[in-house]
Design a protein around this ligand. Structure first.
Ligand code: T4K
Length: 365
């Protein structure tokens, strides 16, 4: 048992000496950013790890969403979920797009395809799903709706690094998928992210958008932004990539331990099982029988120096910029889950005696 506070997550770190050795070259090259060689190596290594051909690395997981919407030329309304981190909706608004909110599946928390179709209007240009907690959306159903209605599909895969469905990276689905490599994620490079797309032309467009839309010293053909990843973080990412499978394995052990220890807990529901998925164990969300019980467990854990998180409470649609959006007042499943969910700590530094302690507190609360 440790005396240190236990947070919901703790970042995966590369080997210190290896990191110092790798960044040493920067003192010689003095190329610190703007498509340096470490960034190029990182992008290549990511493409290989994910089995993807077209990936553009960005400076965080929010700007890839903006770039995706720009590159796909979206307009008007986008149907999305209120059960996510605020960045998903903020990205739409930064592109002048109007979020419209569908409800979610009451068990898995992903956007409910049944709820999408009735929200489609003449202004709808896309569906924006989120692989929440790294659990894949119902891709087939979503993409069928999109095809029937001539819509684009973007997946916010910020939580889903390393997840595979039907043996393939989850980033293979949709017109574009975006990733976050923030410190709190299964795989991180301090801050970082990526856009995964389907063809060379689109990758070139995304590479250009991250660098102010610059084509050459004397040509600029797009309204780009500065979303470049620097060489230091590329080095951090390159080394962490070597450890990510180990991290997923460690998380799996913790996840299974929680499952075992909490299987007889009276007042909480455990996460649904996912048979055909290679999961990344990014979160361990339990669902209490009601909000009062959730708050009680949350407070008890905090009192003991354990800091779980109520991801995602409040809902995006509870916040001022989004509360009047179309669909915002009709997501009862999202409301019910948001009021009862609690994500327990899960990360590579968590030791089993602390997992036992967390489970005891949850069961006693
Ligand atoms: N789409 C989705 C679905 C997302 O969830 C996110 C981000 C995005 C898009 C956007 O991606 P980025 O632009 O962020 O790459 C955190 C993260 O900041 C955010 O990246 C993440 N989702 C969101 C779900 O969680 P907070 O405000 O909850 O983080 P914070 O600082 O409270 O950290 C949580 C715990 O992690 C802390 O209690 C301690 C621990 N921690 C955190 C940091 C930053 C560490 O141990 N070390 C650290 O360096 O938002």
């Amino acid at each position: 048992m440790s005396n240190k506070p236990i947070f919901v997550t703790s970042p995966l770190m590369p080997d210190y000496d290896e990191f110092i050795k790798l960044i040493h070259t920067l003192w010689d090259s003095r190329i610190l950013t703007n498509d340096g060689s470490l960034l190029q190596n990182f992008e290549q290594a990511l493409a290989e790890y994910l089995g993807e051909q077209y990936i553009s690395v960005y400076t965080n997981g929010t700007l890839p969403l903006l770039a995706a919407f720009k590159a796909l030329n979206l307009s008007g309304e986008v149907i999305t979920t209120p059960y996510t981190f605020i960045a998903t909706s903020h990205a739409l608004r930064w592109c002048g797009l109007e979020p419209v909110y569908a409800d979610i599946d009451p068990i898995t928390g992903d956007i409910a395809h049944e709820s999408i179709e009735k929200l489609i209007s003449s202004k709808t240009s896309a569906i924006l799903g989120v692989h929440v907690y790294g659990r894949p959306c119902r891709n087939q159903e979503i993409e069928d709706i999109a095809t029937r209605n001539g819509l684009r599909v973007v997946y916010d895969a910020a939580h889903a690094f390393g997840v595979k469905k039907n043996g393939q990276s989850i980033t293979k689905y949709g017109d574009i998928a975006t990733l976050s490599f923030h410190a709190t994620k299964v795989f991180n490079c301090l801050e970082g992210g990526a856009v995964v797309c389907r063809d060379k032309r689109m990758k070139e467009e995304l590479d250009k958008l991250r660098n102010f839309g610059i084509d050459s010293e004397i040509e600029i053909s797009a309204v780009g932004i500065n979303a470049k990843l620097d060489e230091m973080r590329a080095a951090f990412g390159l080394l962490n990539l070597k450890k990510v499978d180990y991290a997923i394995e460690k998380r799996k052990n913790i996840y299974e331990k929680y499952y075992h220890e909490l299987s007889n807990a009276q007042e909480v529901q455990l996460p649904p099982t996912m048979d055909d998925i290679r999961y990344n164990y990014s979160h361990f969300p339990i669902v209490a029988k009601d909000k009062i019980t959730r708050e009680r467990i949350y407070q008890q854990l905090c009192k003991n120096g354990i800091y779980p998180r109520r991801y995602f409470y409040p809902l995006v649609t509870d916040f001022k910029p989004y509360c009047d959006c179309r669909g915002a007042d009709d997501t009862p499943n999202a409301r019910a889950l948001s009021d009862r969910v609690l994500c327990l700590p899960i990360h590579t530094e968590l030791i089993m005696s602390d997992v036992n302690r967390i489970c005891d507190i949850v069961k006693r609360s």
